[in-house]
Design a protein around this ligand. Sequence first.
Ligand code: COA
Length: 277
Amino acid sequence: MQIEFKSADGVSHERLIEAFTNGYQRYFVSVALNQKILLHMIRADSVDLPSSLVAMNGDKIIGLAAIARRGWTSRLAAMGIVPEFRGKKIGTALLKRALDDARGRGERAMVLETIEQNEPARRLYQAAGFKTVRRLVGYACANVAPAPDSALDEIDPLDVSERVAQWSMPDLPWQIAPQTLAAMNPPHRGYGLGPAFALLTDPFANPITLRSLVVDPFKRKQGWATRLVRALAAAFPEKTWRFSAHVPEEIPFQFFNSLGFEKDKRTQLKMERSLLV
Ligand SMILES: CC(C)(COP(=O)(O)OP(=O)(O)OC[C@H]1O[C@@H](n2cnc3c(N)ncnc32)[C@H](O)[C@@H]1OP(=O)(O)O)[C@@H](O)C(=O)NCCC(=O)NCCS
């Protein structure tokens, strides 16, 4: 079996979308990539096609490793091998090549997020030297108690990303890092209420995902985030509200619980591999 790895640069978007879809067959959730999502990954998540890799068997793409890059860090943004080629150590070799390339570019770490219950992926990453940094959890609530509030203000989503950069914990998962949030345009929306700020997906769709929620550190534990979420629930009634599984586990469950949110069953792990050792 002859397998070759090559840069995804120059591979047509149509073929990449197909490779992505095929590599994520029999996955936990159905992955339906399209041109719009691919372009969003390139723009918002900093996916770098020249650094991304495809695995070829002849002229057939049988796997891919999408690589995003920011400063000294790269991120394994997607990794998939078509089902008939799984379990043959192709994932192991592809990941080794991605790590070698990143080291060769002078980067210092590679990060990723993976579904904790995805045993093959977790084993692959651990064997390649990735260590768990933190568990990430998601929440959902279909009946947030609404509380109309005249202090609720729509603001530029970019302003929310700046507050997150200033006030949030360092080392957030890539999907909710301030650099990712800074690329969120309408129909995403930003809101502020006093010292509390939120960035949400299109509020006219259902569910609405809260991509970020942040409060001035000097004004915490005074109910501002709760007031903001309830005001949003009043502004956009009868919606299910979600936090994707990107929320660091150390953020107190009590906050989500008191608003009626329930924890998702599926969790993610943020993992990191130093490239200095
Ligand atoms: C995860 C994935 C990329 C691994 O690629 P692969 O080429 O099959 O992996 P390898 O053959 O190199 O094996 C890597 C590890 O996974 C384990 N593994 C492979 N298939 C497995 C299975 N069905 N069940 C349990 N473990 C499995 C291997 O045993 C190996 O671990 P080990 O070294 O401890 O034995 C592949 O399973 C896949 O594409 N899955 C669907 C997409 C996905 O989950 N992507 C990851 C998103 S974070």
